[in-house]
Design a binder for this molecule. Structure first.
Ligand code: PMV
Length: 329
């Protein structure tokens, strides 16, 4: 095999953000914005990377320099290559090209998608059989080395696709049978740093562990109910559970005293969705900014309400295809 192209979807947190960092489950959906990695072996002892979406056209690094600090646009790919080579005792020059439909504006998980795609591409090129869980473990190790916090839920979504029930660090990854979920997504207009918010929550949690453990337990109970409701396509029930999850996220004591990990704009968008007939709505991800999600039958009406409230509807669907090989030469 000379050349390979693989792709993986982005993600959207449906239930359980923050709690999943502390050994509780979450429900995550893969979204139909995909990332593609093309990889080819070359004889020169270098890695060449082009990533037109990130305006990288001719980056190159010698194989001897893979341990050095790398520019942020290429560091996930290079850390993956380094870890893969180490694990399987391989050394080879490579030409890698990444192309992304995943908008970097929203937190849809392009870093984890590029990591899992790179592993899959390398396993194909070097003909090493890797099970999904092995890809997960290597990707999680790679991502943690670069961003030090994270449950790995985004990696799970990129590998398995669809909707998954996920426990911290991939201890459980269970694909759910969910079809045609009437999901609506709205963007607040800005993205905050996930790791910053996770660190703030951690600092506050250290002051009052019992308070947070109790909130996480409540979230975990909601997730068990949401999992059952998903498998029965009970959208009104899931909407109600979304609103309950949101209420708990509002009880966090940071970053904002008034809204917890929610915020004024998130509350405004959620309120607009509910008034437009949504079954329920909540923030998705770390909070403060980024996206909200809602469930509802009248998509057009709810999306209009999001716009009128100052947000922007984002047109995405659940992608039932996880990590896959697109082409081999
Ligand atoms: O902000 P996002 O969409 O990357 O989601 C973060 C979710 C957290 O639970 C807060 C962190 C994590 O890694 O699970």
């Amino acid at each position: 095999m000379k050349k390979i192209v693989v792709s993986a979807p982005g993600k959207l947190m449906l239930f359980g953000e923050h709690a999943v960092v502390y050994n509780r489950p979450c429900l995550v959906g893969a979204v139909n914005q995909r990332l593609f990695v093309e990889a080819e072996k070359i004889s020169e002892k270098k890695i060449f990377i082009s990533a037109p979406d990130l305006k990288i056209s001719d980056f190159s690094v010698s194989l001897n320099d893979l341990n050095k600090e790398q520019p942020k646009e290429v560091k996930f790919v290079l850390e993956t290559v380094k870890n893969f080579f180490q694990k399987y005792n391989i050394e080879s020059g490579l030409k890698i090209k990444t192309e992304s439909q995943i908008s970097s504006e929203y937190g849809f998980g392009s870093s984890s998608a590029v990591t899992v795609c790179s592993i899959k591409a390398l396993s194909g090129l070097f003909q090493i059989e890797m099970k999904e869980k092995e890809i997960f473990d290597l990707a999680y190790k790679t991502v943690l080395a670069l961003q030090d916090v994270g449950s790995g839920f985004d990696i799970g979504a990129a590998i398995y696709g669809g909707v998954i029930y996920f426990l911290t660090g991939g201890k459980i990854i269970e694909p759910l049978k969910v079809k045609d979920i009437p999901l609506i997504v709205g963007y607040t207009g800005f993205k905050t740093s996930t790791s910053e918010i996770v660190k703030q929550v951690k600092a506050e949690m250290e002051k009052n562990p019992e308070y947070y453990e109790n909130l996480y337990n409540q979230i975990a109970q909601i997730i068990e109910k949401a999992k059952a409701a998903m498998e029965n396509s009970n959208w009104p029930e899931i909407g109600k559970l979304m609103s309950e999850n949101q209420e708990i996220l509002r009880k966090f004591k940071t970053p904002s005293k008034e809204y917890g990990v929610s915020s004024e704009i998130i509350e405004k968008l959620i309120d607009a969705c509910q008034k437009a007939g949504a079954f329920g709505a909540k923030l998705s991800g770390a909070g403060v900014g980024d996206c909200i999600i809602a469930l509802g039958e009248d998509k057009e009406k709810i999306e209009k309400a999001i716009s009128q409230a100052g947000g922007r509807p984002v047109s995405v669907k659940i992608d039932y295809q996880g990590l896959k090989i697109e082409k081999i030469w």
